[in-house]
Design a protein around this ligand. Structure first.
Ligand SMILES: *Cc1c(COP(=O)(O)O)cnc(C)c1O
Length: 300
């Protein structure tokens, strides 16, 4: 059984014309739960189900929690998602829609996470939102799909929160001898934990995270993401919240797909001309998606 689906790879005429290169979109927004997180959650849940897991526990009120809820439903195993009070009504609704048990606990994520961990056991498996090699394995299949369609990218643009997407993409590129290609790793100003770490030369923890891109709001990237970012040609980029939201708006008009600001940061690289490419370059943008966004929330 496949939980995550093979997503479309689309040549974007508007973004190609705008950037003066060939822009390709990997449409992770088309996953059943609206983001690439279904690749990681689906893979890890399937792995543990095969080993006899009886239930799953998550503490993510975002796309990771929704993806675990979906994966559990598909595997016929119960899922509990513990979220803090700050989690939006929309996100709660999406988790419950997948049939998961929703527990609201604590004022901040660390309190919800501690409670989720206390529920975990040998058979009740805790699923981390971004820091586990099994998550990255699941994400790496995205690159297999791109290569199987005959595209060998010259550059990749992706968003960074805790760093599972970056980790998985680097892993997929390595499998296809593409470790040398530049990866533009994009964050918002208020969530720039990877950029801060690259500048400092060591993993740092941000005192506070802020802004609209809550999906990117990990105060520290996972160790693997930092290590691969130093070894590979990873170029950190930072955009403002306004730039991220405007990119979502323009993308909605150009490609008729609604994405979270967490995805808009990557699109902003092209809409706001932040990177120069050559006419022959094939630029792959990971349209990471996002489930909790609504037209009203983007306008607000
Ligand atoms: C999780 C997520 C990110 C960030 O991914 P990390 O693996 O945490 O770096 C970006 N965009 C969307 C839509 C996500 O769901």
């Amino acid at each position: 059984m496949e939980i995550a689906i093979r997503t479309p790879l689309i040549h974007s005429l508007p973004l190609s014309q705008l950037s003066g290169s060939n822009v390709w979109l990997k449409m992770e927004s088309a996953q059943p739960t609206g983001s690439f997180k279904l690749r990681s959650a689906g893979h890890i849940c399937q792995h543990y189900a095969a080993q006899g897991a009886k239930a799953f526990v998550s503490s993510s009120g975002g796309n990771a929690g929704i993806a675990v809820a979906h994966s559990g439903r598909r595997l016929g195993l119960p899922v509990t998602v513990v979220v803090p009070e700050t989690t939006s009504a929309r996100a709660r609704q999406l988790i419950e829609q997948e049939g998961a048990r929703l527990i609201v606990h604590g004022n901040v994520w660390s309190e919800a996470n501690a409670y989720a961990l206390s529920l975990a056991s040998h058979e009740h498996i805790y699923i981390h939102p971004f820091d586990n090699p099994l998550l990255w394995d699941g994400i790496s299949t995205l690159i297999d799909e791109v290569i199987s369609e005959g595209l060998r990218p010259d550059a990749i643009i992706l968003s960074v929160g805790g760093g599972s997407l970056l980790s998985g993409i680097v892993q997929g590129l390595k499998r296809h001898q593409l470790s040398h290609i530049p990866i533009y790793a994009v964050e918002t100003e208020g969530t720039a934990s990877l950029n801060a770490a690259l500048e400092a030369g060591e993993r740092v923890t941000l005192d506070r995270v802020s802004g609209i891109a809550t999906t990117l709001a990990a105060s520290q990237v996972c160790e693997n993401a930092f290590n691969v970012a130093r070894r590979a040609d990873v170029r950190g980029k930072v955009v403002s919240d306004d730039e991220a939201v405007n990119a979502c708006r323009r993308f909605l008009d150009d490609h008729r797909v609604l994405t979270e600001p967490a995805c808009g940061v990557s699109l902003s690289m092209l809409y706001d001309g932040k990177i120069g490419f050559k006419p022959d370059d094939n630029v792959l943008v990971i349209v990471c998606g996002g489930a909790s966004v609504t037209l009203a929330s983007l306008q607000g």
